[in-house]
Write a protein that binds this ligand. Structure first.
Ligand code: NAP
Length: 315
């Protein structure tokens, strides 16, 4: 530790949004191979409120939530050549270990970051890493989605879903997206070819012959959506490892299915930056809250139905 302090949102117990408290805490220092980033914006994701309430990968508090960071390099640790102080960077460092993005400073391995695309402000950049890397790792690394393939994106209006629609469309895939009708125009503008209102139709009985399914819903949807895949197709499920229960059923049907957990990924960030630069990817933005109002950001996010990513502004 540096002996200096910083503002951060900490929690001492698991619970509702009220456990998130602004505090003054130790400011980290960059270790070997790390950079110290002065946070300008921190993205808010469902894993944040799952962790706040249940501990998830962080276990017992005290801890500082948040993985999505956009900010400016304050200092670099021994051996870092990728960045220098003053560089604007973004990333999803350390996931699923503690990154502590709900704070004025984050120290983490340099290779968990990339330069922020100049086309984006810090709030937009902080909206991208966790959701964008999840979408890309699912579609590209697991699904190996190709031009012309049929892709079904459940919860396409969500943080992961709306980025997955754009990434799949950038490959020339045929994108079938599920969302309430109110969100259809926005998703069509992002590249969805077919839109289904999941409140009006049973998606898993009307869609067939898809090469890849992104299941952001989990629960009963995971087994039910196997029926939409063509032989040899791939399903990636995101909400919980419990969805691995479908693996034997999938094997019987001649498809691949299972849970995937996103990982820090500089190569993925660079690919996302390229899509931003070429105008093929942009985050839909929801409300921004100052760091001190992290609890309110969670209240809005947990209610669902908010189109666009929620971020905390820090600097
Ligand atoms: N495993 C991993 O590495 C990983 C990474 C990221 C996220 N996740 C998980 O993936 C899930 C989605 O994350 P997210 O950030 O995309 O969440 P989100 O932004 O909170 O997604 C909410 C959206 O889901 C849509 N939705 C709700 N029920 C639906 C249904 N039955 N059919 C279609 N759409 C429905 C809603 O769209 P409408 O407004 O159209 O109703 C809403 O906009 C969460 O459980 C999250 O924890 C896992």
């Amino acid at each position: 530790m540096s002996g200096k302090t910083m503002r951060a949102i900490t929690q001492d117990t698991l619970g509702g949004p009220e456990v998130l408290r602004p505090t003054e805490t130790d400011r980290p220092e960059p270790g070997v191979g790390e950079i110290l980033v002065r946070t300008h914006a921190a993205g808010v994701n469902p894993i944040d409120w799952k962790t706040r309430e249940h501990g998830a990968f962080l276990g017992k508090p005290p801890f500082v939530l948040g993985w999505d960071v956009s900010g400016v390099v304050e200092a670099v640790g021994l051996g870092v050549r990728l960045f220098q102080p003053g560089d604007e960077v973004y990333g999803m460092p350390l996931f699923p270990e503690q990154a502590g993005a709900y704070a004025e400073y984050v120290a983490a391995p340099a290779r968990h970051f990339a330069h922020k695309p100049a086309e984006l402000g810090h709030a937009e950049a902080a909206a991208l890493p966790l959701a964008g890397l999840t979408a890309r790792q699912a579609l590209v690394d697991v699904g190996r989605v190709q031009a012309g393939q049929r892709v079904l994106i459940h919860a396409a209006a969500g943080g992961v879903g709306h980025l997955a629609v754009q990434i799949a469309a950038s490959f020339g895939a045929h994108v079938i997206a599920t969302a309430r009708t109110a969100n259809h125009d926005a998703l069509r503008a992002l590249g969805a070819d077919e839109l289904l209102d999941y409140t009006a139709v049973d998606v898993n009985t009307v869609v067939r012959d898809v090469d890849f399914v992104l299941d952001s819903l989990g629960g009963a949807n995971t087994a039910a959506t196997l029926a939409t895949l063509k032989d040899g197709g791939t399903l990636v499920s995101l909400p919980s490892p419990e969805e691995d229960a479908v693996i034997p059923q999938a094997a019987e049907r001649g498809v691949r299915a299972g849970f995937m957990l996103v990982q820090p990924d500089r190569t993925g960030l660079l690919a996302i930056s390229d899509l931003v630069r070429t105008g093929q990817l942009r985050p839909l933005m929801g409300p921004a809250f100052p760091l001190e109002r992290a609890g309110d950001a969670h209240r809005v996010g947990e209610k669902a139905g908010t189109l666009g990513k929620i971020v905390l502004t820090v600097a």
